[in-house]
Structure formats: structure tokens, C-alpha cells
Design a protein around this ligand. Structure first.
Ligand code: ZN
Length: 263
């Protein structure tokens, strides 16, 4: 028998889509589902009675510090509905969690020596990498659509999602972004030792960058055309794993690149 306390998945999705993938109050892209009228007191799983709240605002409401009618007013006009990108949430990573895995391709570096580690560099822009500050890793990550529009972004550890996509969901530490019911565009896990991207695009407006395909292959793209493929490689030791550089740009490639490709 289904557990009556369990919110049906279709209802959860409707609430995510209504609240635009973040806390209705502050926009944080890490959330809990909250019954505005408590389930234990007879509140229902009706989407109108459900809201996304970050753990902080959820805690305030549970303690009775947040007025219920005020919460309801944020349900009517969620903060993220006014913006193209959600509010931010800082994602902390320890210094031994620097491995980046794209499909089956593992990227590692001696980050403690260099203070930074770039996984993907495209025409002067870092689309995936780490800086180190006070022994902690600050992640930089830009996952995009095929047009180069951002769907999920982390800048200096601060994560935001696009409010313009069809659905964003977390299951445990796994984030998925969908453009339709049947199309997962982005799938990644924030694991204990590594961030692993199972599917996703890291491209600039010219379609130059990296695609992680669902069959675990990694393609380097120029104008969205694949130029090179990687299956299960281990790129280790450099300070930059992948660098792509258009020939007509007067930019110096970065130092310490393991794999450099002109296009
Ligand atoms: Zn919040």
C-alpha cells in the first residue's frame, strides 16, 4: 500500500515547476518539500498546499518563526519566478574531493601544488575547475544548452540553476535537468571524492567545448561538431585537462595543459 505521507512524484514535479527549482523565499537551489498546512494537522498533498523551502527557511517555519500566511504569499509569487537564474547556495568541497569524472574519463591534478585545477578551458573561459582557498575547494562549473545558455552554474562554489528549463530535480546528491519529460540534458552527482557528470554540455556561444554523452563517451566539440572522442581516459598531473582554442583568437593557451585542441 502506498504510504499516505509520501508526496506523489507528479505533485512534487508540479511544485518544483511552480517554485522554479528553489526555495520560494530565498531561491536557494537546495530545497525540501513543505506542507504549508502541516500534514500531521490534516494538510493535504494538494500542490496549492505544497512549497519548496530551503533547509533554513524550512527550519524557521517548523519552529513557528515564519508566519503561515507570509509563506503562502511566497507560494503565490516565488522569488525564482522573477529571475532567469535561481538564488545561490554555496557548495562546499574538501581539498581531497577534487577529482572530476566526465563519463568514464577521469580528470585529476596536483591541486595542492598549483592552487587551482581546470578541467575544461574554452577560448579563455573556465567551464569546469577548482580554485583552492583556506584549504577548501571552490568549484567553477558551467553546464549549458546546445546554444550555450546556462542550465546549471557554480561560480566560486555558489550554485544556481536556470529557472527557464522544464524540470530540475535532486535525488540524494544527484542533480538532473530536463528539457522535456523524456529528455534528461544534464545529470551529475556530487560524490564523496569526485564530481561525476553522466550527461551534459559545457559549450560557449560558438558551440566550442565538451559534451558528456549518455554512453559515457566524451566529445570535444567545435561549432557543435565532434573533433575528438575520449572513452575511459585518465588525464592526470596537469593543471588544465582539456583546452580548446579557436585558431583566429589571439589568446595564449593556458600552461600545464594535458590535452590541447585547436579548432
Ligand atoms: Zn530559503
Amino acid at each position: 500500500m502506498p504510504d499516505a505521507r509520501h508526496i506523489p512524484e507528479a505533485v512534487k514535479r508540479a511544485v518544483r515547476q511552480h517554485c522554479k527549482f528553489g526555495c520560494a523565499i530565498c531561491g536557494s537551489p537546495i530545497w525540501d518539500y513543505d506542507h504549508i498546512d502541516d500534514f500531521a494537522e490534516g494538510g493535504t498533498h494538494d500542490p496549492d498546499n505544497l512549497i519548496l523551502l530551503c533547509p533554513n527557511h524550512h527550519g524557521e517555519k517548523t519552529r513557528g518563526m515564519l508566519d503561515r500566511e507570509l509563506v503562502r504569499s511566497f507560494r503565490a509569487t516565488p522569488t525564482n519566478a522573477k529571475n532567469e537564474m535561481s538564488g545561490v547556495r554555496t557548495i562546499l568541497r574538501a581539498s581531497d574531493q577534487s577529482a572530476l569524472i566526465l563519463g568514464e574519463t577521469i580528470l585529476t591534478s596536483r591541486i595542492a601544488e598549483t592552487g587551482y585545477f581546470t578541467g575544461i578551458w574554452v577560448n579563455g573561459h573556465i567551464l569546469l575547475g577548482y580554485q583552492i582557498e583556506d584549504g577548501r575547494l571552490l568549484l567553477d562549473m558551467t553546464l549549458t544548452t546546445r546554444d550555450g545558455n546556462v542550465v546549471f552554474e557554480v561560480c566560486g562554489g555558489e550554485a544556481r540553476v536556470s529557472t527557464g528549463v522544464w524540470d530540475v530535480n535532486w535525488v540524494g546528491n544527484t542533480l538532473s535537468v530536463r528539457s522535456t519529460d523524456h529528455q534528461i540534458d544534464t545529470l551529475l552527482t556530487f560524490g564523496h571524492k569526485a564530481i561525476r557528470v553522466y550527461k551534459g554540455l559545457f559549450v560557449d556561444r560558438q558551440g566550442c567545448g565538451v559534451e558528456v554523452l549518455s554512453e559515457h563517451r566524451v566529445a570535444l566539440l567545435c561549432n557543435m561538431r565532434p573533433m575528438s572522442w575520449f572513452d575511459g581516459a585518465h588525464l592526470d598531473g596537469g593543471s588544465v585537462s582539456f583546452a580548446l582554442l579557436e585558431r583566429n583568437l589571439e589568446i595564449e593557451p593556458p600552461k600545464g595543459v594535458v590535452y590541447l585542441r585547436g579548432c
